[in-house]
Design a protein around this ligand. Structure first.
Ligand code: HEM
Ligand code: PLO
Length: 483
């Protein structure tokens, strides 16, 4: 079975019996950086062994596109791991479910529900703007204080997905929201860490205290999800669909009567719960993380912030609120968002893919069942594709006139691509644009006096986390006079 040098296979890291290539990776918590640097010795496509799992690591966009787009279906599987099985009750969600008819059905359902709730219509814009206004109020009240914006950004984003999923929202200091903040942090800190590292549960390489923490957090999450589910089931009458939860309940009803699902397939309560859990979890953690990265980079690059504000002053002014239809008017803000997503990809290794049949990448043969890790960090920091990749430069996404955004290199996949592409891409982009536009129209974000600029180093995990930092939100002069 262990045939790393099989004919036509990618070059492999040295592998020991049982633990595989663990020795090369242990002691490197920033796994995306370690895998990026290993290219120097092994080339951009290489393999390694995690215990009995054969893992192929892709570091170039050419190979990434082949895996995600050209041969998307052949690589559409997902591995089963101890922690993601706990999170998703054995893959009954979307993100950690392997390829199959139920996964396809769930994806289609959520996609349809998201479109219904407003991608393109005014509903989502209204929900996001309401939260943006409330965020600005909080910032106003905390003016000139050194504020940790983390919880405030999280609440704004959470309320958007909460409205979408459950037709509800949280106020400041709501104990249920505080509980959610805590459990979600615990999950982010522990889940999927072992997709590369814990190979044999019986070797117990994965720290048991992490597993205990994950189980504790999941218990709290499950209670919360179950409560929302029960409330919706009791109130559900079939015609007034108010949110994603209702939409899923309704589709299940009609799927049962119209046999939209093949015989033998069933959308159980667990499937519905885990699907909403995914959208809620992904909806909160990803967008919040990008907003924090954006704020952090604006502290480091005040001239970028100034340019965004100048553009807004010219095109929108101070009298009215920013709207989604302003996106073409604010290319520099859009370019800044693109650059944040490039330089600090939220999902630096995507979620591992699995080959569903014997196949190939480039000239290398890949056996069925191989785990394929796409290193988005490498794709976004490739020196052959990007001029000074570690430099934060929104201008690289603008055309010569500075009027339109475009990627100067195809080596850019912040949301993945192909049949596993992010389901929330449109929603996430709406949120990033509106939240940043609202905040920067009113406030200038600064590093509190006498404090060093916070670190730009991320913390690797299922999302690339930002270290905690404080910000001073100063009301812009025009708003001081006007108010
Ligand atoms: C998957 C990025 C926001 C829902 C993914 C993947 C990436 C990604 C890279 C993995 C693709 C792969 O494994 O090949 C992002 C970024 C976001 C964001 C950068 C924010 C800026 C969201 C939001 C939602 C969402 C707001 C929910 C509404 C999902 C789901 C999947 C996914 C359900 C799993 C898809 C599947 O496995 O079939 N996202 N995402 N994401 N995302 Fe997002
Ligand atoms: C975030 C913590 C939540 O409590 C649970 C959760 C659900 C879905 C996960 C998400 C977490 C992290 C980001 C993920 C998302 C599914 C798709 C998304 C992995 C673990 C990305 C970026 O791929």
């Amino acid at each position: 079975r262990r045939d790393p040098a099989g004919p036509g296979r990618p070059r492999s890291l040295p592998a020991l019996p049982l633990v595989g290539s663990l020795l090369q990776l242990a002691g490197h918590p920033q796994l995306h950086l370690r895998l990026w640097r290993l290219q120097g010795r092994y080339g951009s496509l290489y393999a390694l062994w995690m215990g009995s799992h054969y893992v192929v690591v892709v570091n170039s966009y050419r190979h990434a596109r082949e895996v995600l787009l050209k041969k998307g279906k052949a690589f559409a599987g997902r591995p089963r791991t101890v922690t993601t099985d706990l999170l998703s009750r054995g893959g009954k969600d979307i993100a950690f479910a392997s390829y199959g008819p139920l996964w396809k059905f769930q994806r289609k359902l959520v996609h349809a529900a998201l479109s219904m709730f407003g991608e393109g219509s005014l509903t989502l814009e209204r929900i996001i703007s309401r939260e943006a206004a409330s965020l600005c109020e909080t910032l106003s009240a905390a003016q000139d204080m050194a504020l940790d914006m983390g919880p405030e950004l999280t609440r704004a984003v959470t309320n958007v997905v909460c409205s979408l999923c459950f037709n509800s929202s949280y106020r400041r200091g709501d104990p249920e929201f505080e509980a959610m903040l805590e459990y979600s942090q615990g999950i982010v800190d522990t889940v999927a860490k072992e997709s590369l590292v814990d190979i044999f549960p019986w070797l117990q390489i994965f720290p048991n205290k992490d597993l205990a923490l994950l189980k504790r957090c999941l218990k709290v999450r499950d209670q919360l999800l179950q409560q929302k589910f029960t409330e919706h089931k009791e109130a559900f009458c079939g015609d007034a669909v108010k949110d994603l939860m209702d939409a899923l309940l309704q589709v299940r009803l009609s799927a049962e009567s119209s046999s939209a699902l093949a015989p033998g397939l069933e959308l159980t309560d667990d499937h519905l719960l885990m699907t909403v859990g995914d959208i809620f979890g992904a909806g909160v953690e990803t967008t919040t993380t990008v907003l924090k990265w954006a704020v952090l980079y604006l502290l480091h690059y005040p001239e970028v912030q100034r340019k965004i504000q100048e553009e807004m002053d010219q095109k929108i002014g101070l009298v009215r609120h920013p709207l989604l239809s302003d996106r073409p008017l604010l290319p520099y803000l859009e370019a800044t968002i693109s650059e944040v997503l490039r330089i600090r990809p939220v999902s630096p290794l995507l979620i591992p893919h699995v080959s569903l049949a014997d196949t190939s990448i480039g000239e290398y043969s890949i056996p069925k069942g191989a785990r394929v890790v796409i290193n988005l960090w490498s794709v976004h920091h490739d020196e052959k594709e990007w001029d000074k990749p570690e430099e934060f430069n929104p201008g690289r996404f603008l055309d010569e006139q500075g009027q339109h955004i475009h990627s100067p290199s195809p080596s850019y996949l912040p949301f993945g691509a192909g049949i596993r592409v992010c389901l929330g891409k449109v929603l996430a982009k709406m949120e990033l644009f509106l939240f940043l536009a609202w905040v920067l129209q009113r406030f200038t974000l600064e590093c509190p006096q006498d404090q060093p600029l916070p670190s730009l180093e991320g913390k690797f995990g299922v999302v690339l986390q930002v270290q905690k930092f404080r910000v001073k939100a100063r009301l812009r002069d025009a708003w001081r006079v006007g108010s």
